[in-house]
Design a protein. Sequence first.
Length: 136
Amino acid sequence: MIIDATDKILGRLATFSAKKALSGEEVIIINAENVIISGSKDAILSKFKARRDRGDSIHGPHYPRMPDKIVRRAIRGMIPTAKPSGTAAYKNVTVHIGTPDNLKADDVKLPNKETLKDKKFMILSDVCKWLGARWE
């Protein structure tokens, strides 16, 4: 299953992808940099900064800055990776920045930014650039 993540809410996308991966399907997510994170700008940035500042560079925890790694990490939190079924499911999840030439997205109905009640959100690419990530 190929999912276009443009204007999709990160948590809803992650739960949907985790369920599909646990059922044995291969999940490929494209345009990971266009995912929406709901909440106020201050709350989102302070949460991600706290995650990055926790621990140290040698001993961890090592939290990603790139959009594809952040989306994959969100999916990992919803899969029981300590069990063999969870590790097998996690191997079925692939996340891409942008759209590779050979992939075309399936039509998947997921909540997007129009369903947000408070209309406070940030795009994941803005958060990643704030964290210091570089791609393209």
